[in-house]
Ligand binder design. Structure first.
Ligand code: GNR
Ligand code: NI
Length: 166
C-alpha cells in the first residue's frame, strides 16, 4: 500500500476529464487500495483518481463513522436524480475551504465494483452529495465552480500564496 500525493486547486491537472476503465487489472486493484489508504489518512470521506493525477474513472468513498464501509466505484454514472439540497462541502484538493453547494438530494448511480460486476447504488443525504462531488472530479469539475467567481478568485489567491510558502 502507498500514500499518494493529492493535487491542489488551482492545479490545471484537476481539470482533466478521466477516461473510462476498459479492463479492470491488478493495477486497478492496487490503485483502489492506495486510494482508500490515502483517503483514510487525509482524512476524507471520498477520493477521485483525478485528485491523485490518475485520469481514469475510479472513485472511493466511505462515509461511515468507523471507516468500515468502503465503496469502490469504477466508471460511475448518475442514471437518475431527484430533489435539491444544500450542504456545506469541503475538498481535499481545496484545503481549509468550505462552501454551500446545491445538488440533487437523491441519486441512483450505476458503476462497476472492484470485481467488475455491475452495481446500482441508491443514495441520499451525505452519500448522495459525496457521489456527485466525486463524479464531478472525474469530469474536471470542483465544488468551487458552483460559487461566485469573486469568491473562487479569493480562494485561488489564498491557496497559491499558501503553496508558495510550502
Ligand atoms: O472529505 C470530504 N468531505 C466532504 C464533505 C462534504 C462534501 C463533500 C466532501 S468530499 C471530501 C473529500 C474529497 O475531496 N473528495 O473528492
Ligand atoms: Ni473533492
Amino acid at each position: 500500500m502507498a500514500l499518494l500525493d493529492i493535487l491542489c486547486f488551482p492545479d490545471d491537472r484537476l481539470r482533466t476529464r478521466a477516461k473510462p476503465v476498459k479492463t479492470i487489472t491488478a493495477r486497478h486493484q492496487q490503485l483502489l487500495d492506495d486510494m482508500l489508504e490515502t483517503m483514510y489518512a487525509a482524512p476524507g470521506i471520498g477520493l477521485a483518481a483525478t485528485q491523485i493525477n490518475v485520469h481514469e474513472q475510479v472513485i472511493v468513498i466511505d462515509i461511515s463513522e468507523d471507516k468500515t464501509e468502503p465503496y469502490c466505484l469504477i466508471n460511475p454514472v448518475v442514471i437518475s436524480h431527484s430533489g435539491i439540497e444544500t450542504m456545506e462541502e469541503g475538498c481535499l484538493s481545496v484545503p481549509d475551504t468550505y462552501a454551500e453547494v446545491e445538488r440533487a438530494d437523491s441519486v441512483v448511480v450505476k458503476y462497476l465494483d472492484r470485481k467488475g460486476a455491475e452495481q446500482k447504488l441508491e443514495a441520499d443525504g451525505l452519500l448522495a452529495v459525496c457521489l456527485q462531488h466525486e463524479i464531478d472530479h472525474l469530469k474536471g469539475k470542483l465544488f468551487v465552480d458552483y460559487i461566485s467567481k469573486l469568491k473562487r478568485d479569493r480562494i485561488r489567491k489564498k491557496l497559491v500564496k499558501q503553496q508558495r510558502q510550502m
